[in-house]
Design a protein around this ligand. Structure first.
Ligand SMILES: [Zn+2]
Length: 380
């Protein structure tokens, strides 16, 4: 009987929460500062008001395995609902409810319960310039919504659905909101990218350099709609190529920091295996204790994805280190943002853009997709 009741409660909560997503905006802090234009009203985990006289500003701290507001212990979870104006956490304003939970090691975690559409409007301007054609913003909104809902599908039982850092999708609450982006989100409300009735892998990158990549060559998993295609990209002021110099000892330090453990120095870096589009599938790093091979994307992530901008590069010794010279930006799979921009210049709409980069998929309402719990690809 207990299990039946619990199951019912879970389903009811899931249905009621269908329009919101839980975003961890702070994952491990000792203390956060809250502020609002109205007096802060703290609630306990069941939603009952706590007798705290905190005014418009307060600090919440991890203390003794729980939380304290100012000096007053308040248990392991507090919630705040904005009254009219939104709430700021460490100076960043968030729409919707804020939940603060004690986390292991005298830390706390802040989760923003936000309407999915509002969340998408906060993400899109962090991923693509708001000044771009609105059809590109609409395509990006559909992908951001698809990605967020994919993660939410498999986060049941966890404290939050999605992080706010660049490992997921960058989100900074209301600070990045832009009227043109909000219009793009409104006009695609509820729309997601689906393949055979399920949420598609909504992956994208900045600039493919003329040809996108097969998902299988990056992540080792093949998808019918994530195959390499030619892409005419409009770069504007962005240079198509990049170079980067790194000292050998700095490279060794970064690889070790990423958990690639070896002794001695890095003596050479070379491509071990190229994909059909010329991207490095496997990198061979020669070290004091012999060669080490790793996936191109893992190497890029370890060194710094903003420095080694893509896996389409050559490496040469230079001074006390190495010189990387590359083309493109990002993993190259799925939507090419600069390619989408070129299509929008040619008067293509967002549906046409998505159909080109994800052939065989359809834009559909999220209420119509079937649930699946497959492991998701990550964008970076
Ligand atoms: Zn492109």
């Amino acid at each position: 009987m207990g299990a039946v009741v619990a199951g019912f409660v879970f389903l009811a909560a899931g249905a009621a929460g269908a329009e919101t997503i839980r975003v961890a905006v702070v994952e491990k802090a000792k203390e956060v500062r809250l502020s609002s234009s109205e007096p802060l009203r703290f609630l306990d985990s069941k939603g009952a008001a706590l007798a705290l006289n905190s005014g418009r500003q307060a600090s919440v701290r991890a203390q003794g395995g729980g939380l304290a507001v100012g000096d007053q212990p308040v248990g392991r979870t507090v919630r705040l609902r904005p009254s009219g104006e939104s709430l700021a956490v460490d100076g960043v304003s968030y729409p919707g409810e804020i939940e603060i939970r004690a986390a292991p090691g005298e830390r706390l975690q802040v989760v923003n319960h936000v309407d999915v559409e509002t969340y998408v409007a906060g993400v899109v301007p962090r991923e693509v310039p708001a000044a771009w054609d609105i059809e590109v913003l609409k395509a990006q909104a559909v992908l951001a919504r698809t990605y967020a809902l994919s993660l939410r599908q498999r986060s049941a039982g966890q404290a939050f659905d999605i992080g706010a850092g660049v490992d997921h999708q960058a989100y900074s609450g209301e600070s990045a909101l832009h009227p043109k982006v909000q219009e793009a989100v409104r006009s695609t409300r509820g729309e997601v990218l689906a393949y055979k009735g399920e949420l598609a892998e909504a992956v994208y990158h900045a600039y493919c350099g003329g040809v996108t990549e097969n998902a299988a060559d990056v992540w080792g998993r093949s998808f019918p709609y994530l195959q390499s295609i030619r892409s005419e990209c409009r770069l504007g002021d962005t240079p198509p190529t990049w170079t980067y110099h790194i000292e050998a000892n700095d490279l060794a330090r970064r690889l070790r920091a990423a958990g690639i453990v070896f002794s001695g120095a890095v003596t050479a870096v070379e491509p071990a295996d190229l994909s059909q589009t010329g991207r490095i599938r496997t990198v061979r790093v020669r070290t004091g204790e012999g060669p080490r091979e790793m996936r191109g994307i893992d190497f890029r992530k370890a060194v710094g994805p903003d420095l080694v901008k893509s896996t389409r590069f050559t490496i040469e010794p230079e001074g006390d280190g190495f010189r990387f010279a590359g083309l493109g930006s990002g993993h190259g799979v799925g939507l090419c943002q600069h390619g989408a921009r070129a299509m929008a210049d040619g008067k293509a709409g967002y549906r046409e853009i998505l159909a080109r980069y994800f052939p065989g998929t359809a834009v559909t309402l999220s209420s119509k997709v079937k649930k699946n719990n497959q492991v998701r690809l990550v964008n970076r």
